[in-house]
Design a protein around this ligand. Structure first.
Ligand SMILES: NC(=O)c1ccc[n+]([C@@H]2O[C@H](COP(=O)([O-])OP(=O)(O)OC[C@H]3O[C@@H](n4cnc5c(N)ncnc54)[C@H](OP(=O)(O)O)[C@@H]3O)[C@@H](O)[C@H]2O)c1
Length: 343
C-alpha cells in the first residue's frame, strides 16, 4: 500500500518541500505504526529548511516535530492492546506524513474526544511553555512576565499557561496581533512602533520577574534590561534574521559567553537557556519522565477545557509549502497544523 509524505529535498525555499508517494513503512520490533491525524508545523522546521538547525539530519528527510494519530499496527514485542489507541508523540522529524513508525516508548495516550489539531499543539509548544514557566523560571502566582513573540505558537501557549498561574503578563507582537495578545490576558506592546524596554519600565516601575526571549542576538541585551533585580531571562530560540549568514556554533558560543558575562554581574539577575530536545542536552533528553508527565498533564487540561490552543490554520499535507511561507513571514497567529488523514 502506498502513502503520502512530504520530503525536504534540499536546503532552500519552501519549494524544496515536495509531496512523495512511497510504500507504507512496516513497524520494526518495539515500534508501532501510527496513522497521523494532525502534525504540527514548527518554526524549527523552517530553520531546518534553511539549514540553520543544529542536529538536523542531512536532506532528504521528512520534517515534522510532533504528531497525534491512531496506532494502526504493532511491531513484534509491542502490546497489541495499543492498536486503535489515539496517541501523541514528539518526533523531531517525520510527521509531515500520512503514516509514521516510531518506538512504542515515545507515545503518550491522548484522552478521548479531544481535537487532534489542538492536542498536537501541546506536544512541542505547550510543553516548551510549561517547562520554561515551571521547571526553568519556577514562576510564582502574581509574578510579572514579559513574553516576546506573544501571538506565536509558543507565545500563545505561554500566555494561556501564564493566565492559569495568575501571572501579570506583558506580550510583544506586531500591530495586527495586539488583539489576540490582549484576549489571552496580557498587556500588548507593539515592538514595531515602541521601545519595549521603556514601555515595561513605564508600566511596571522596576521591571519584570521573567522575560522569555525567542529572538536572540542584540535583542537579549534589551530583554535583560527589562528585568527587575533578581529577575530571570529565559532564552529559547533565534529569529531567522539573527541566524541569517551566521555560523550556528559561533552564534551559540557568543550567546553562552554573553550569559557567562551577565552571570557575574552583582544584580541577582539570572539567565537560562531552555531547549526541549537535541544533541542529548535538551530537557526531554535529560528528563524524559518530565516530558511525559508534563504532556499528560497538559492533555488533561485540554480535555477539561482549561486550555484552548489557538489554531491559525488546518491544512492538507499538500499545502506544507504554503504553511512554511506563512510561518516564515510571521503571517500566523497561534499554530499551523497539517491534517494528513481525515479522521
Ligand atoms: N528551545 C526550544 O526548545 C524551543 C521550542 C519551541 C520553539 N522554539 C523556538 O522558539 C521560537 C518561536 O517559535 P514559535 O513556534 O512560537 O514561532 P512563531 O509561531 O513563528 O512565533 C514567533 C513570532 O515572533 C514574532 N516576532 C518576530 N520578531 C519579533 C521581535 N523582534 N519581537 C517580538 N516578536 C517578534 C513574530 O510575530 P510578529 O512579529 O508579527 O508579532 C512571530 O510570529 C523559534 O525560534 C523556535 O525555533 C524553541
Amino acid at each position: 500500500m502506498k502513502y503520502k509524505h512530504i520530503v525536504l529535498t534540499r536546503v532552500g525555499g519552501p519549494e524544496v518541500l515536495q509531496l512523495r508517494e512511497d510504500e507504507i513503512p512496516e513497524p520494526r520490533a518495539g515500534e508501532i505504526r501510527v496513522r497521523i491525524l494532525a502534525a504540527g508545523v514548527a518554526f524549527a522546521d523552517v530553520l531546518m529548511r534553511h539549514g540553520k538547525y543544529p542536529t538536523m539530519p542531512p536532506p532528504p528527510f521528512t520534517p515534522g516535530y510532533d504528531l497525534v494519530g491512531i496506532v494502526e499496527k504493532c511491531g513484534v514485542s509491542v502490546d497489541e492492546r495499543l492498536r486503535g489507541q489515539t496517541v501523541a508523540a514528539f518526533t523531531r522529524f517525520g510527521s509531515y506524513s500520512q503514516y509514521c513508525c516510531l518506538p512504542e516508548r515515545e507515545v503518550v495516550p491522548v484522552p478521548e474526544h479531544v481535537d487532534p489539531a489542538e492536542a498536537v499543539s501541546l506536544v512541542l509548544n505547550y510543553v516548551t511553555a510549561y517547562q520554561m514557566l515551571h521547571r526553568s523560571a519556577h514562576i510564582k502566582t502574581g509574578e510579572r512576565v514579559l513574553v516576546h513573540g506573544a501571538a506565536g505558537g509558543v507565545g500563545t501557549a505561554l500566555l494561556q499557561l501564564g493566565s492559569l498561574a495568575h501571572l501579570e503578563m506583558y506580550g510583544t507582537a506586531s500591530r495586527a496581533k495586539q488583539q489576540l495578545v490582549e484576549r489571552l490576558g496580557a498587556t500588548p506592546i507593539d515592538y514595531t512602533s515602541e521601545d519595549f524596554v521603556a514601555r515595561i519600565r513605564l508600566l511596571t516601575g522596576d521591571g519584570v520577574d521573567t522575560v522569555f526571549d525567542p529572538i536572540g542576538g542584540q535583542h537579549l541585551q534589551r530583554s535583560f534590561q527589562t528585568l527587575r533585580s533578581g529577575g530571570r531571562l529565559i532564552i529559547y530560540g533565534f529569529s531567522l534574521e539573527n541566524l541569517s549568514g551566521s555560523n550556528l556554533p559561533l552564534v551559540a558560543l557568543r550567546t553562552l559567553l554573553q550569559i557567562a558575562g551577565w552571570s557575574i554581574l552583582p544584580n541577582g539577575k539570572r539567565v537560562r537557556w531552555y531547549s526541549i530536545a537535541g544533541g542529548g542536552f535538551g530537557l526531554k533528553d535529560r528528563h524524559p519522565e518530565w516530558f511525559r508527565a508534563d504532556l499528560t498533564k497538559l492533555l488533561e487540561l485540554l480535555a477539561e477545557g482549561r486550555i484552548k490552543p489557538v489554531i491559525a490554520q488546518r491544512l492538507p499535507l499538500e499545502e506544507a509549502t504554503h504553511a512554511h511561507e506563512m510561518l516564515e513571514h510571521a503571517r500566523v497567529q497561534g499554530k499551523i497544523v497539517l491534517i494528513p488523514n481525515v479522521s
